[in-house]
Design a binder for this molecule. Structure first.
Ligand code: GLY
Ligand code: MN
Ligand code: MN
Length: 465
């Protein structure tokens, strides 16, 4: 990503602020972990999107005329000996293409001046603790000068609105980074699968953390800065806990392992799930459920194309899963009826309780409205068959080229009365990352995470060693 990419984004955003508008955007705070150690620092995604700057203690101010001001840590030789290089305000305009830069120590004196005579101030609502209070302080200073003829912004607007919409459509350089992130993550899944089978073959005690270590090794080996989220490595029944984290449970011969892990590369996430037999060979019941989830994913992939709605892939997977649940005996048709009843009554929810997709980008659950903006006023009501609640629906987002989303159906079978024992404690999810495209090389979406096999035969072949 070049300095021009960021400058172009700032220009596009500035055009949406109004000629007398101003936007104020901080990066993320540093967060203490324990005593004097901080959590590993991660910049704010919106801030990075507009600057490419990853140092903490930085702010961007953008005005409707396209001028940009960066506040950043001042040069400080002593602090730089301890904490590392700082760009500093003198070098920032040339390095980042911003109009001007100040030390962050000048924020409280400069911001009231920058806010004066603007009609609207934009900042991200409800995302940065304490920001509203600081904004009140700066606006209070502007107001105290009103009697000398200063104008104080009359409108406060949520900067997330225009930024979310911009971030929803990934440009070519973002797509390239996401492809590379997904490729690294795919390699990490392969490595973990092979290691699981190899350790079991060698008679070793395999734990979830062993496979977690393999993932991390592969991520870092290829330049990823960190995992995009806490890796899930779930052995056996742990796969039925949706937000399980890699822990110390033993990985046993005959059980499945669910790994949901993806690296972050240069600010962009990947998000892949594979479920595989610990020893490399699916049992009959494992295979039956796996093939069902895979068929539901294929249906969802086929439904992911420009012009379709965001909810179409979900509906496509639910349709396949509902019929499959009846076919394999997870649900009893004498009790729940036909597939259409299973869908209407949400009986499938016992085994499939999450949505099939979310946007992905700089944040693993990326920003962007799930409602079609032009149709936001079209509200319909329905009664949820399980909770009895009245739900207001708005038309789901229409998929367009450049949008990126995951496709991740699953089945999670907790032991319960009437559920065949052979399926108890099996948890399966298959997750890939897709970019919506009109490129005729693809049928509506490019799956960027298929560097790791997904079919039963391919997984078994990979794990044979
Ligand atoms: N890894 C989080 C998710 O799949 O949504
Ligand atoms: Mn996901
Ligand atoms: Mn995931």
């Amino acid at each position: 990503m070049t300095h021009d990419n960021f400058a172009q984004r700032r220009t596009r955003l500035a055009q949406q602020l109004g000629p007398h508008g101003i936007a104020i955007l901080p990066t993320a705070l540093e967060r203490p972990r324990n005593r004097d150690s901080d959590f590993l620092y991660r910049h704010d995604s919106y801030f990075y999107y507009l600057t490419g700057f990853t140092e903490p203690q930085a702010w961007l101010v953008l005005t409707g005329d396209g001028q940009s001001t960066l506040f950043c840590q001042p040069k400080d030789l002593e602090r730089e000996i301890w904490d590392g290089h700082r760009l500093g305000p003198a070098a920032a305009p040339a390095a980042l293409g911003v109009t001007q830069a100040f030390s962050v120590a000048e924020l409280d004196t400069q911001l009231p001046k920058l806010l004066e005579n603007r009609d609207a101030v934009w900042f991200p609502f409800a995302t940065h603790a304490g920001l509203e209070t600081r904004m009140d302080g700066w606006l209070g200073k502007v107001r105290s000068r009103v009697r000398y003829g200063a104008l104080c912004p009359e409108q406060q607007r949520d900067l997330c609105g225009p930024l979310d919409e911009m971030r929803l459509f990934k440009d070519a350089s973002e797509q390239a980074t996401m492809r590379r992130a997904a490729q690294i993550s795919a390699g990490a899944h392969i490595r973990a699968m092979q290691r699981s089978a190899a350790m079991l073959r060698a008679g070793q005690d395999v734990r979830e953390f062993h496979l977690d270590a393999e993932l991390l090794h592969e991520f870092r080996q290829h330049g990823s800065q960190y995992p995009a989220y806490g890796s899930i490595v779930a052995a056996g029944a742990n796969a039925c806990v949706l937000h399980y984290r890699a822990d110390a449970a033993p990985i046993r011969n005959g059980e499945l392992v669910l790994i949901d892990a993806g690296c972050e590369l240069d600010g962009y996430a990947s998000d892949i799930t594979r479920t595989f037999p610990a020893n490399g060979k699916f049992t009959g019941p494992q295979r039956a459920l796996y093939e069902l989830v895979l068929a539901s994913q294929e249906a969802a992939v086929a439904a992911t194309r420009p012009g379709a709605r965001f909810t179409d892939p979900h509906e496509a997977s639910v349709k396949v899963l509902a019929q499959g649940m009846l076919d394999v005996g997870l649900l009893n048709k004498n009790k729940v009826g036909l597939a259409q009843d299973v869908i209407a009554n949400r009986s499938y929810f016992q085994f499939y309780m999450h949505r099939t997709s979310h946007w992905i980008g700089m944040d693993v659950h990326d920003c962007g409205s799930y409602v079609e903006p032009a149709e936001v006023g079209q509200v319909s009501e329905r009664k949820d068959p399980l909770s009895g609640e009245t739900i207001k629906d708005r038309p789901s987002r229409i998929l367009r080229p450049g949008m990126a989303l995951t496709i991740e159906p699953g089945l999670y079978v907790r032991p319960a009365k009437g559920v065949p024992e052979q399926f108890h404690n099996i948890g399966i999810r298959i997750e890939d990352d897709a970019i919506v495209t009109e490129d005729p090389k693809f049928k509506g979406c490019e799956l960027i995470s298929r560097g790791v096999p997904v079919t039963v035969d391919e997984i078994e072949a990979l794990m044979r060693g």
